[in-house]
Design a protein around this ligand. Structure first.
Ligand code: SAM
Ligand code: SF4
Length: 463
């Protein structure tokens, strides 16, 4: 069944569209930018036009449009999460990844459930509320139950009455039955990256194991939807192939999900290949994406799918992260480790790839807050059942701001009161107060009430 479905990625159409719009006129670009401001998204042709923009004046207009959309829909919120690597066992041979089966240069480890609880406690102690659980594609005793148990262990971990409130998952494609089991564990988002939609390149960089099956991977989100998981994350690994092709292919994938299931992905991740132990290709990616192109990609995505969150990980250094916040990034990881057990004992050699940002959560939070962005640990929508289409329905500028703005502030107040260093606390309180002062009407009223409740000792308050 899945082979028929993958025809939604039409390589010929992508190549033809890119060729046709390789040198767009200033009018054509302006038309797309005007359309983007309506915040109804863009089609394949529009995205092709934007990927071809090279004129500095037009690029500046593209960035300004992205900034306008980001501000209108997301305001100054930045959702914060931490990855939790539970195992680096893997049966696949992805040439860019340190976890690939034949790589002898890393120490293999799968955390036991008590170890997962311990790692989670370390994250809770730092102030985290949202975790992205990550694993290679091979589980102890070849038993998928390991992943299910691990999700439960993360939710069960406690420290001083605090807990992780949302577990997102990034593991290899599953069957519909397995997705149903995962849904039963109350996961937040299921995330999977196609790496590249370009089949010849996909074949070249995946040389062993189940991941060689392009069709099985590209249809994973269909099976997740069929199993009732409607909060999905999508992405490509930037650097494997021409990003222009992969952006258009991702648009086709999104279009297909919207057509078949009535809702597209909840998030898009923009990982760039980073150096990885034992991988020559990760140090010399075939299609390097420059810092500038990276910003352009984020801006185009912000215009193309305005209501889909954009996730940037600790792969990027602090400078790039700062530059891309204003263009549309809405979620970032902070204080991350990519080796199983890394929060207790760090060992970067056995990590999945090198990190570009080594700062602690507190340092990242302070920096973000000093830039005027409100770090959000909110998990309200998910816990109120606002997922999939229900989330998209409230994800309209006015409505989302009335919920997410106040919720971001109350969850940040909780962080400030319980986990922040004195310096971060000072910055945080100033930011919370000035943000509420700038708000009006219902959002301002709600924010004041929620923040006051947190200051009276309540936790986990949201609207
Ligand atoms: N094993 C599962 C899979 O491949 O889908 C899930 C976990 S895998 C560790 C998560 C993602 O890490 C992959 O989808 C890939 O995009 C990314 N990744 C692998 N090697 C990387 C590298 N050298 N730099 C940046 N990201 C990398
Ligand atoms: Fe394994 Fe995933 Fe790494 Fe590929 S990307 S080697 S499947 S962990």
């Amino acid at each position: 069944m899945h082979t028929a479905k993958q025809s939604f990625i039409n390589e010929q159409e992508i190549s033809k569209t890119l060729d046709k719009h390789s040198t767009p006129s200033a009018e054509e670009v302006n038309e797309v930018l005007v359309k983007a401001r309506e915040m109804k998204g863009l089609n394949l042709q529009d995205v092709a036009i934007l990927t071809s923009v090279t004129d500095p004046v037009q690029l500046e207009k593209l960035f300004q449009t992205a900034n306008h959309i980001k501000d209108t829909i997301y305001g100054k919120r930045l959702v914060i999460f931490a990855p939790l690597y539970i195992s680096n066992l893997c049966a696949n041979e992805c040439t860019y990844c340190a976890f690939r089966a034949k790589n002898k240069a890393i120490v293999r480890r799968s955390l036991t459930q008590p170890e997962i609880v311990k790692e989670t406690e370390m994250l809770i102690k730092q102030g985290h509320k949202r975790v992205l659980l990550v694993a290679g594609e091979s589980y102890p005793n070849h038993d998928f139950q390991y992943v299910l148990d691990s999700v439960r262990s993360v939710y069960e971990a406690k420290h001083n009455n605090a807990e992780i409130r949302r577990v997102n998952v990034n593991v290899a494609p599953l069957t519909v039955e397995e997705f149903k089991l995962l849904k039963n564990e109350k996961i937040g988002t299921y995330q999977i990256f196609q790496e590249t939609y370009h089949q010849p390149t996909y074949k070249k960089v995946h040389t062993g194991g189940l991941k060689m099956n392009y069709a099985w991977r590209v249809t994973a989100l269909h099976r997740a939807m069929e199993a009732g998981i409607d909060d999905l994350g999508i992405g490509v690994l930037l650097g494997l192939y021409d990003y222009r092709f992969d952006l258009l292919a991702m648009m086709q994938h999104i279009g297909e999900l919207e057509r078949v299931f009535g809702v597209g992905p909840h998030t898009i991740s923009v990982p760039r290949i980073e150096p990885a132990t034992g991988s020559d290709m990760a140090s010399n990616p075939p299609y390097v994406v420059s810092d500038f192109e990276f910003r352009k990609i984020v801006a185009i995505l912000r215009l193309a799918v305005p209501y889909t969150g954009i996730i940037m990980s600790t792969r990027e250094n602090a400078k790039t992260r700062t530059e891309t916040f204003s263009l549309g990034v809405s979620q970032i990881s902070a204080g991350s480790r990519t080796n199983p057990g890394g929060y207790e004992h760090d060992d970067e050699i056995s990590g999945q790839f090198s990190l570009g940002d080594h700062r602690s959560l507190d340092e990242v939070i302070r920096d973000v807050a000093q830039m005027g962005y409100v770090p959000s640990f909110c998990t309200g929508c998910y816990r109120l059942g606002r997922t999939g289409q229900d989330f998209m329905d409230i994800a309209k500028p006015g409505t989302i701001k009335a919920h997410c703005g106040p919720n971001a502030l109350s969850s940040f107040m909780e962080y400030v009161n319980n986990y922040a260093s004195p310096e971060t606390k000072k910055t945080g309180i100033q930011l919370i107060e000035s943000t509420i002062a700038d708000m009006e009407g219902l959002p301002a009223e709600r924010a004041r009430k929620l923040v006051d409740r947190v200051n009276r000792g309540q936790s986990d308050v949201f609207c």
